[in-house]
Write a protein that binds this ligand. Sequence first.
Ligand SMILES: C[S@@+](CC[C@H](N)C(=O)[O-])C[C@H]1O[C@@H](n2cnc3c(N)ncnc32)[C@H](O)[C@@H]1O
Length: 285
Amino acid sequence: MASPSPKQVIEGQRQDWNRVAGGWEKWDRFFDEQMAFLNHRLVADARLRSGLQVLDLGSGTGYPALLAAQTVGTTGSVVGIDLAEQMLEAARRKAASLKLSNATFRTGDVTTLPFEDSSFDAVTTRFCLMFLPEIPKAVAEIVRVLRPGSWVAAAVWSAPDKNPYLKIPMDIIKQFIELPPPDPAAPGIFRLAKPGDLAGMLQQAGLADISEQQFFGDVRFAAPDEYFSSLMDIAAPIQNLWAKLSPAQQTEARQRIIDAAGKSQKRSVVALPIAVRMVAGRKPE
Ligand SMILES: C[S@@+](CC[C@H](N)C(=O)[O-])C[C@H]1O[C@@H](n2cnc3c(N)ncnc32)[C@H](O)[C@@H]1O
């Protein structure tokens, strides 16, 4: 089967993330608490401070855009851009409830940024770049819109073996249906998992002072079925695999996922490891 065109990938992404926007809003408080440490890391890697103008790519429901807006304060501003209008609607509601009038959100594709050259003091992006059909094109756009001397900070998923949080359901779904071997160049959760991949693209695009670190953590649940429900509500790519199972297979797969997660339960906490590749670079003066 021919690979989908970039346009088709982007349209698929828009539909996927709009579909799960309600799930993101439902679990917002939980994931905000669980994954805030990644936002703080991005704010640090992008060297955010009062007064800066920041662009956040693939903001979804506002991560890390909202923390960035708090950090740059009222003399700074943050623009979040995303394909999925319904994810952004949630981000806007949150910005309003936090009284963050310096955060705005607009729909768009991060591979063709609707901004002038050198118009931002920093770019942040969490869990977006690996879903792009043309990552180097987006990287060139990041370099174009950054002011000289300023930083981009990105978070992408590291390897599946280091991410039981995501790997457990994928492995179990594969027990029921045959999936084609993953194409390492195809957009997807682990597209930028390989060490040096994104960092190499930043270097190719002319950025300097590049850093890359595998950053380990975990996501903690009160019970295995909280893990199952929350992940299935928000993880569009896993939902797409799940939809290939029959109702009977889904019942059995759900139980196997819950059993597998239960093995990580100690007393009243199920802690599932995650590993995130944190990559940053600076546009030369
Ligand atoms: C896993 S969500 C991450 C959202 C948020 N940054 C976070 O970490 O919670 C991925 C987001 O990337 C967005 N996205 C994917 N491809 C995109 C593209 N080409 N342009 C803009 N946004 C895109 C999706 O719409 C989705 O909201």
